[in-house]
Design a protein around this ligand. Structure first.
Ligand code: GAR
Length: 209
């Protein structure tokens, strides 16, 4: 995996940790960030992973980003809190190979401040989604979702923390499903093979634990 991150990198860490387990079928080999001082780069450094900051203001930013990824022979690009909309030329360079995590049950509440939008809307259930990336903002075929309750006294911080705990579970799980070949995209909709669909899966759907 190559991971694109802009901030604290807790989802990156979840992917690094998963990849270090002997039975996990993928590992992080490259971390790229558009923010020089992002903690994600620090995490990559601590884990001894190849990492690089690329300045988004420089010409050819997405070209360089793509070249870095190609040079490392990456099979899967994971956006983990990468706060940029990938342009069509980047997305089409890696068809079906880019995934993203978002802190809502998409297609509800795309874009920034998804948790606040959920609170403002008064929903009682929200969650997180891993999806393939297309040219839209937090759109693209949905791979995995976890539903998370909104509790009466939640604020943006408490709700975000609760969702984040599930993000750290479903992102590695989605990568596992893809790496094992259980995920197929048919006419823009994800279908599963193997044991990805199980009855009584509770809050995470589908489940392969
Ligand atoms: C996560 O909550 C992720 O879902 C969100 O940014 C946060 C990054 O946290 N991403 C988006 O909102 C994408 N639209 P992290 O840096 O600790 O992984």
């Amino acid at each position: 995996m190559g991971v694109l991150a802009s901030g604290r990198g807790s989802n990156l860490q979840a992917l690094i940790d998963a990849g270090q387990k002997s039975d996990f079928p993928a590992e992080v080999v490259l971390v790229l960030s558009d923010k020089k001082n992002s903690y994600a780069l620090e995490r990559a450094s601590i884990a001894g992973l190849r990492h690089r900051h690329l300045a988004p203001k420089e010409e050819g930013f997405y070209l360089k980003l793509g070249d870095e990824i190609e040079n490392c022979e990456i099979d899967l690009i994971c956006c983990a809190g990468f706060m940029r909309i990938l342009p069509p030329e980047f997305v089409s360079r890696f068809p079906g190979k880019i995934i993203n995590i978002h802190p809502s049950l998409l297609p509800s509440f795309p874009g920034l401040h998804a948790q606040k939008k959920a609170l403002d809307a008064g929903v009682t259930v929200t969650g997180c989604t891993v999806h393939f990336v297309d040219e839209g903002v937090d759109t693209g075929p949905i791979i995995l979702q976890a539903a998370v309750p909104v509790l009466p006294h939640d604020d943006e911080v408490t709700l975000s923390e609760r969702i984040l705990g599930y993000e750290h579970r479903i992102y590695p799980l989605a990568v596992r499903l893809i790496a094992e070949g259980s995920v197929h995209c048919v006419d823009g909709v994800v279908q599963y093979s193997g044991n990805a669909h199980q009855e009584g899966s509770g809050f995470i759907s589908p489940v392969s634990e």
